[in-house]
Design a protein around this ligand. Sequence first.
Ligand SMILES: Cc1cc2nc3c(=O)[nH]c(=O)nc-3n(C[C@H](O)[C@H](O)[C@H](O)COP(=O)(O)OP(=O)(O)OC[C@H]3O[C@@H](n4cnc5c(N)ncnc54)[C@H](O)[C@@H]3O)c2cc1C
Length: 450
Amino acid sequence: MINHRFDAVQPLSFSRLLTVAYFIFCQFHRVTKSEKQVVVIGGGLIGFSVAYHLLLEGMRVILIERNDENSGSCSTGNAGMVVPSHFVPLAAPGVIWQGLRWMFDPESPFSIRPRPSWELIIWGLRFYRASSPARVNRAMPVLRNMALRSRAIFAELADTEGFSFGLQKKGLLVLCKTSRALEHEAGLAVSAHLLGLEAEVLDAEGVRGKDPGVEIDVKGGVYFAQDCHLDPARFLGDLRKEVVRMGGTVLWGSESTGFRQAGSNVRAVVLKNGKEISGDEFVICGGAWSPSVGKKLGLRLPMQAGKGYSVTHPDPPALPGICSLLNEARVAVTPMNGKLRVGGTMEIVGLDESVNRRRLGGILKSVGEYYPQLSAADFEGLEVWKGLRPCSPDGMPFIGRTKHRENVVVATGHSMLGLSLAPVTGEMVAGIIRGDAPKFDMSLLDPDRY
Ligand SMILES: Cc1cc2nc3c(=O)[nH]c(=O)nc-3n(C[C@H](O)[C@H](O)[C@H](O)COP(=O)(O)OP(=O)(O)OC[C@H]3O[C@@H](n4cnc5c(N)ncnc54)[C@H](O)[C@@H]3O)c2cc1C
């Protein structure tokens, strides 16, 4: 008969001792990890997604945002598209020449205001160098994987209590007026298939069949079934509420102006009013303003702000059922809960947030060319939203730890994909801080790559 009582008081064997020690270590490690206090700088979609995922991991979070609660920076009025179809980074072959042609048209979707700035010149040269087919081929699977993971998180969140941001998994139509554009898009559809994404090339009838509730005047298009759309302001609002509900602290009207450091460690963020916010880890999510935040730590985050506009019609004369991209005009059209948002342009004009009415006019004019039931006049007098996209030179975000400081993580530079990639960025940053092995090829996202 086995004497259990005696067995229990037997001296521990060496292997058992090791097991017990390992268990205690794991528990201790888990507790100390989860008790980390993380300071997140920047309260846009990226900052709040990071904060949310850190809180899910049981970490303590303080988010600091220089604006008040009514501001959403670049994150509220965007087109609301979640786009695995955007697997080609902004810096791609042909983009520079197309951009140069557009420079001479005041209504075109792209412009750079020439100014004597080394940063701008170097950014342009890096953009040029990054636009090689080899680099784009390396970037495509990374963007695809990140976008698909993000889409899955959006789908999970849409079914989570506390979230109600109108996720529509209806796909996206790229609309083409010309055969040339359609041929180009058909080529991208082939690349999409090679990456395992769904893409359907359509003639004019096929396009109309996808969105029969509205007139569409095009040569054809491509339908990307895995793309979705949502209301970004509602999503950001949900994240803000959840972050607070989960115990995160949000300091509105608090601008970081520097850091208190000890060796290669950051101890605290110093605010404009002189207060210090201490933490164990710090995450830079300052959007287009991240370079100046990072500079205080000696980080080089070469970025330009890419200004864009949107106008939202509360009760449009015609409402597409699916979101679309007007290919030649580079305009995004998104139905949002009965409203219609149109947006576009990429103006590289520094941190200037003024509205260029001619370029805005170019966006609005183009809508009627693809959707004949709509016209620029329908949008007259409506409030214009503007946002500064944080654009890296190679079109890839900066995500990861910097080698310059031991406890600083960067999460910025998402350019045109900040909404699409916000959830996966939050999840990645939480993993980095927890010390997990990366799930994605991080080399193209390295914040120290320049
Ligand atoms: C017209 C348009 C349409 C778009 N459409 C889409 C789309 O359909 N899908 C998509 O995926 N993306 C889209 N985007 C891009 C997307 O909106 C951005 O990539 C995204 O909003 C960037 O989020 P962010 O959090 O990095 O930056 P932001 O939203 O700019 O947030 C950064 C925050 O940091 C704060 N901050 C900066 N410095 C400091 C400091 N020192 N101290 C404290 N706070 C600081 C700022 O005040 C700001 O609130 C679009 C953009 C535009 C302009």
